[in-house]
Design a protein around this ligand. Structure first.
Ligand code: NI
Ligand code: MN
Length: 228
């Protein structure tokens, strides 16, 4: 029983757990650093954290090609059904649901969630994935919040935190986030996609090593790691 996590660039991740492909925030076509395409990426399940275009970009195309079930907040699921995507499962913040392949819980995130056509995308979320071999917390787009400590108390094997600044936490707040979450390992994301969110991830990783108990994992788009 193993889980492999692949970084596809920006905030997009593919989690393959016991043969089920869980695609988080599919943004590939307009993503200058994407390591794969909307035509090729596998998906049995798609999870959306919020409605911004750099997270929902390819969801309709991938959902229609693969028939994957899309898990998102209620408002985004309603929007998807209006776009012809019917295989969906609505969740909302604080709620979790056990699927055959693992349990998904939405957490708070401090951000926006308007959909690309201006529709209301509800509130933004982070994602907690409880899988057969460990727990992943994808903080998604967010500012720093102290309740990350509460999320961390569930025991996080792998955290994914944004470091790009401007739209999300920057390196200093992301370091504080790691101190609150106390994951075993942490992957930085949402940086270097465009010049506005360029960051020195290697320098941040050195600070994580020196100032937290977590092992940093800097991934280039296309890189994979085992969850445990
Ligand atoms: Ni966003
Ligand atoms: Mn974003």
């Amino acid at each position: 029983m193993t889980t492999t996590v692949t970084f596809l660039g920006h905030g997009t991740f593919l989690v393959e757990t016991n043969g089920t492909h869980v695609l988080i925030d599919p943004f590939l076509t307009d993503n200058p650093v994407a390591s794969t395409t909307a035509e090729e990426v596998p998906a049995d399940v798609i999870i959306l954290t919020h409605g911004h275009g750099d997270h929902v970009g390819d969801v309709i195309a991938v959902a229609q090609r693969t028939g994957a079930m899309v898990i998102a907040n209620f408002e985004i699921v309603e929007w998807l059904s209006g776009q012809g995507v019917e295989n969906t499962h609505p969740l909302h913040i604080g709620g979790q649901h056990a699927f055959e392949w693992g349990t998904v819980k939405l957490t708070i995130a401090h951000h926006g969630s308007m959909l690309p056509d201006g529709s209301c995308g509800g509130n933004p979320a982070g994602v907690l994935l409880k899988l057969s071999d460990g727990t992943i917390y994808h903080a998604a787009d967010t500012g720093l919040f102290y309740d990350m400590k509460l999320i961390g108390e569930t025991g996080i094997d792998l955290a994914i935190v944004p470091i790009g600044d401007n739209f999300t936490m920057g390196p200093d707040d992301a370091l504080k986030a790691v101190q609150l979450i106390e994951p075993k390992r942490v992957i930085p994301d949402h940086y270097d996609t465009w010049p506005l969110i360029a960051q020195d991830a290697g320098a941040w990783a050195e600070r994580v090593r020196a100032e937290t108990s977590a092992e940093p994992l800097v991934m280039a788009p296309g890189d994979s790691c085992e969850l445990n």
